[in-house]
Design a protein around this ligand. Structure first.
Ligand SMILES: [Zn+2]
Length: 143
């Protein structure tokens, strides 16, 4: 999560909301990929931290299936990212702050634990949540 927080901080330089993500290999310690929001920087509506990190992890592994991997992200994923997480087959999602306005991993929706879906990763929330939320609060206050 510390690495994800560093990524989140980097997003601000491009004018993006500070959200950062890392993908850990099945060993739980090797960092396969990282990403931060680049929607403003890249003019891409899908360039959320999670999507970029998942794409880079798949490229690093040479396969789309990220079974055994863990995605760590500073903010609860939105519906698009929860969908991407589900599609990637990661085993575990770890996130920091809840997103009460758009979260799809427990707040507004709980897509990843929907029993109708065939792949349901483990979800661990609240890791360094205050630090993750503080970055976001500071970003929006400065705007
Ligand atoms: Zn998202």
């Amino acid at each position: 999560m510390r690495l994800a927080l560093d990524e989140a901080t980097a997003a601000v330089q491009g004018g993006d909301v500070p959200v950062g993500a890392v993908v850990l290999a099945p060993d739980g310690t090797t960092v396969l990929a990282a990403g931060h929001n680049e929607r403003e920087a890249g003019g891409d509506p899908t360039a959320h931290a999670e999507v970029l990190a998942l794409r880079r992890a798949a490229a690093a592994l040479g396969a789309w299936r990220l079974a055994g991997c863990t995605l760590v992200v500073t903010l609860e994923p939105c519906t698009m990212c929860a969908g991407a997480i589900q599609q990637s087959r990661v085993d575990r999602l770890v996130y920091g702050a809840r997103d009460e306005k758009a979260g799809a991993a427990g707040s507004l929706w709980d897509l990843l634990r929907d029993r109708r879906l065939n792949h349901r990763p483990e979800v661990i929330e609240g890791v360094l949540a205050e630090e993750c939320a503080r970055l976001l609060t500071a970003f929006f206050r400065d705007r």
